[in-house]
Design a protein around this ligand. Structure first.
Ligand code: SAM
Length: 300
């Protein structure tokens, strides 16, 4: 959703925009083209492979290998007081998904890794060492998989599970044959669950979003593109609460109504056009939400 992001950041004439999920740099590349020379970029990605790509982007882009949950520390370390825009384009890049050695794909064999960055936990440990109840809980919660109990049991019985192709086959055989052909590849939800837990993605999102809302200056905008309902739920709740007046009804004394610090730029999320989905089927589930700070920042 590069056009939408370029339009939403379009009015920005100067300051620092954080691309919190640099990936292949597609969004930063477009923003460099459309925004004036007064806008600089701080690009983050937890994937060490992103740094080499960022090195070709010239002097307006400073890249730091980091989890965006550390955004406040990174911004402070760079000596920046406030930022004018933040973009989170969540999930995995095509470069990560298409590289079997990273272990994200269920269609081709690869190691059970699934780490986006240099984290300690791998999918191999979760699949081969976690007890059945924990596995079931993760697959049910983070994969929203109704056959989580059957899948967890099948995984534990099949140990050791060597690679992604083996895991995909175990999951496929664990679910009832009649449902195997509905809702995409039968292992999709289990792989999503493992990836989320290996990278602690939901906690990172909540922390990164809070940091972005703290750091953004008046008139600045935070844009989030999410790809599944667990991410979108966190984003929607946080943005709606930031753009609502604090609830004073439960206070013991009459309190003045306080205006919210942010405004939602639109209520319903933007979704990709049919043309974009035809060109990039992975964008199918994308939802874009955006918010703007309307009040001064509070002193820390
Ligand atoms: C969908 S891709 C971004 C694609 C990018 N917008 C582009 O145009 O090329 C998501 C990227 O975010 C990174 N990422 C995901 N979670 C992260 C986190 N918590 N901290 C930093 N980077 C993260 C992934 O490593 C991946 O490279």
């Amino acid at each position: 959703m590069v056009d939408e992001v370029a339009d939403l950041f379009g009015p920005i004439e100067s300051g620092v925009i954080v691309d919190a999920t640099f990936g292949g740099g597609g969004h930063t590349r477009r923003l460099l083209d459309v925004l004036g020379p007064g806008v600089r970029f701080l690009a983050l990605d937890r994937d060490t492979e992103a740094e080499a790509r960022a090195a070709t982007f010239g002097p307006r882009v400073r890249f730091i290998t980091s989890d965006f949950r550390n955004l406040s520390r990174v911004v402070e370390g760079e000596g920046i007081d406030a930022i004018t825009g933040v973009l989170f384009d969540l999930g995995l890049s095509s470069l990560q998904l298409d590289d079997p050695a990273r272990g994200f794909g269920f269609r081709r064999g690869g190691p059970l890794d699934m780490r986006m960055g240099a984290g300690a936990l791998t999918a191999h440990q979760v699949v081969n060492e976690w007890d059945e109840a924990d596995l079931r809980r993760v697959i049910a919660r983070h994969g929203e998989e109704r056959f989580a109990a059957r899948i967890a049991r099948a995984i534990v019985r099949a140990r050791p599970v060597a690679d992604t192709a083996g895991l995909a086959e175990i999951v496929k055989l664990a679910i009832p044959a009649a449902t195997r052909r509905t809702g995409g590849h039968p292992a999709r939800r289990t792989f999503q669950a493992l990836r989320i837990v290996v990278n602690d993605e939901l906690a990172a999102l909540a922390e990164g979003l809070d940091a972005a809302l703290d750091l953004i200056e008046p008139g600045g905008r935070v844009i989030v593109i999410s790809y599944h309902s667990l991410e979108d739920r966190i984003v929607k709740r946080r943005l709606v609460s930031a753009s609502s007046s604090p609830d004073t009804a439960s206070l013991p004394v009459m309190a003045p109504v306080v205006a919210p610090d942010f405004r939602l730029l639109f209520r319903k999320p933007m979704t990709p056009t049919d043309d974009e989905v035809a060109e990039n089927p992975r964008a199918r589930s994308a939802k874009l939400r955006a918010i703007e700070r309307v009040s001064p920042r509070r002193a820390a």
